[in-house]
Write a protein that binds this ligand. Structure first.
Ligand SMILES: Nc1ncnc2c1ncn2[C@@H]1O[C@H](COP(=O)(O)OP(=O)(O)OP(=O)(O)O)[C@@H](O)[C@H]1O
Ligand SMILES: [Mg+2]
Length: 354
């Protein structure tokens, strides 16, 4: 179900941009600071309810405006479903088929959107929270109950941490342990199943892109040879001392090995980019098997920092996926991707069809 017509209003430098996307491949070209990333960011916000560049909504609203609006039409076999998000400094609200939704999840399910941008190496280089977000988005699209379990886990965690911070006795703090363990185990098991699914594709794509064996494993956020209950029990002194729960899925990580070695700090920037891209492409590749929607893959300036051979490998890998591809480039064309169904140029925040 591709995203077709898009209208972006007061988003970053884009005052009013309308475009009809191709269902397979759209190319967007423009010079530095013309608004290419902003356009992809608007599409990302439509599918995710948040940006990949900032947490602060005021950065997304065009200077001088009070809110941004991104509207789109998703093509289903028999009709186009209108979807939209509007953002003010207070938050983002979503609409699907004209009706306000109670959560952003409803829209997110219709429009899975993933991005490979010049900052993609941060998935490998930075701390575990990015990798948890990466996993959780994928799990959510495979197991829709995940989001509810994750919310219940977080509620219990917040309450338990508040009790720890107030130095309340163990009996009071432990009142939250039942929910913490129940929902934490559901979250953890779902992530672990997802890593197993992802591994099948990641191994192949990792080998294709990097020529090395890629291994993934899920670290649950407590010692792997213990249960969550045991981990929680053993961490009491530490929890009490620090005033926060030290074990659980909120401390989980995706461990990554390349050629038998842990990747952090050991591989070049180009390799980090390819490795992160391999993970993101694997995630997108899982869609036809696990969800009835076609994902939209955004590639922001994919040529940045990659040599010709590596870029060709990335393009080969991306081009064989069943996705709606939207690519930005500094140049007027990108022949390695083949002929785009639609091409746009962006100039000082104005988008024009070519
Ligand atoms: N909230 C905002 N309101 C107005 N303009 C903004 C806002 N946020 C960012 N901009 C401006 O938008 C312009 C375009 O930024 P963007 O990152 O989209 O460019 P780009 O085409 O991706 O450039 P590059 O090729 O360098 O990556 C920048 O000049 C930036 O200063
Ligand atoms: Mg950019």
């Amino acid at each position: 179900m591709p995203l077709r017509r898009v209208q972006v209003t007061d988003f970053r430098c884009l005052q009013s941009a309308g475009l009809e996307l191709d269902s397979r491949f759209t190319l967007i070209s423009g010079t530095n600071a013309s608004g290419k990333t902003s356009l992809l960011e608007a599409l990302y916000v439509l599918g995710r309810g948040r940006s990949f560049r900032t947490r602060r909504l005021e950065h997304l609203i065009r200077h001088g405006a009070e809110q941004f609006v991104v509207f789109g039409e998703i093509e289903s076999p028999d009709r186009r479903i209108p979807v939209g998000v509007e953002g003010t400094t207070a938050g983002v609200r979503a609409k699907v088929a004209g009706a306000k939704t109670s959560s952003l999840a409803e829209l997110a399910l219709l429009l899975p959107v993933q991005i490979i941008d010049p900052e993609v190496h941060r998935l490998i280089e930075e701390g575990p929270s990015r990798r948890r977000r990466f996993l959780d988005w994928g799990v959510f699209h495979v197991e829709h109950s995940f989001i509810g379990h994750w919310q219940r886990y977080n509620q219990a965690l917040k309450q338990r941490n508040a009790a720890l911070k107030s130095r309340l006795p163990r009996t009071v703090v432990s009142a939250w342990d039942r929910d913490l363990l129940e929902y934490g185990s559901l979250v953890s098991n779902a992530r672990s199943r997802y890593v197993t699914l992802l591994t099948r594709h990641a191994e192949v794509i990792g080998r294709n892109l990097l020529g090395l064996e890629l291994e993934l494993s899920y670290g649950p956020g407590w010692p792997r040879d213990r249960s969550f209950a045991e981990g929680l029990q053993n961490s009491w002194a530490h929890d009490q001392e620090s005033g926060a729960t030290q074990v659980g899925p909120h401390r989980a990580d995706l461990s990554i090995r390349l050629g038998g070695l842990r990747v952090k700090d050991r591989i070049s920037r180009g390799q980090q980019k390819l490795l992160a891209a391999a993970l993101l492409i694997s995630q997108v590749k899982l869609f036809p098997e696990t969800a009835p929607v076609q994902p939209c893959l955004l590639l922001d300036d994919p040529a940045a920092e990659l040599d010709d051979d590596r870029l060709a490998g990335l393009i080969r890998e991306v081009s064989t996926q069943s996705v709606q591809l939207i690519v930005t480039t500094l140049h007027g064309e990108f022949p390695a991707f083949g002929t785009p169904g639609r091409t746009f140029s962006v100039n000082a925040g104005r988008v024009e069809a070519l």
